[in-house]
Design a binder for this molecule. Structure first.
Ligand SMILES: C[S@@+](CC[C@H](N)C(=O)[O-])C[C@H]1O[C@@H](n2cnc3c(N)ncnc32)[C@H](O)[C@@H]1O
Length: 174
């Protein structure tokens, strides 16, 4: 009986490890942005710049463990996150459930480069130097004129931010 239990636990651990490994390979091959969580103070700065209004539709591009999606949902938004890494998709769904925000915050296991972003009012993204140009190009082409875009860590190269708070930058399309 005890041996069966140990076998079962080992099997579960192996399953979890393989999900993490497959997800990491998947993200590296298809995404290229590693997981670096935003510091709580940075998230606070982003929320101050975003000025989210009740019922607005928001999105975090590469949502990791869901911390920004959760912060946006707490401000009253219908908050979405796109994430390639299955491990973080599952973890963020769990975090959303624990925060009591199911029905307000949604995580999609999807590549944000292959997602149309034109319906969002607020878009947040964690820029990585070698991808920031590609993200900038997509956003300038696709988002609606009233949208507020908050980039963190890196600024866009060809787009002047309208406001800045430490390493969080606010962009508007006009
Ligand atoms: C730097 S982390 C930021 C996590 C979170 N936004 C935060 O600030 O705490 C970037 C995340 O983007 C995900 N990612 C990378 N490329 C992606 C893509 N093309 N589509 C969706 N997610 C992607 C990675 O798996 C990683 O979890």
């Amino acid at each position: 009986m005890q041996l069966y239990f140990i076998f079962f636990v080992v099997l579960i651990l192996l399953f979890i490890l393989s999900i993490i490994l497959i997800s990491l390979i998947f993200t590296t091959v298809f995404g290229g942005i590693p997981y670096l969580p935003s510091h709580p103070q940075r998230i606070e700065d982003m929320m101050q710049l975003a000025k989210i209004k009740e019922g607005e539709k928001t999105v975090d591009l590469g949502s990791g463990d869901g911390r920004i999606v959760i912060a946006m949902a707490r401000k009253g938004a219908e908050a979405h996150g796109y994430e390639l890494n299955l491990f973080y998709v599952l973890l963020s769904k769990w975090n959303i459930w624990r925060a009591g925000l199911s029905g307000k915050a949604f995580i999609h296991w999807r590549n944000f480069f292959r997602t149309n972003l034109s319906s969002y009012d607020v878009i947040t993204c964690y820029g990585i130097s070698y991808l920031i140009g590609r993200i900038e190009k997509k956003l300038r082409k696709e988002v609606k004129y009233s949208a507020r875009i908050i980039a963190t860590s890196y600024e866009f190269k060809n787009w002047k931010y309208s406001k800045k708070k430490d390493y969080a930058f606010l962009y508007k399309k006009d």
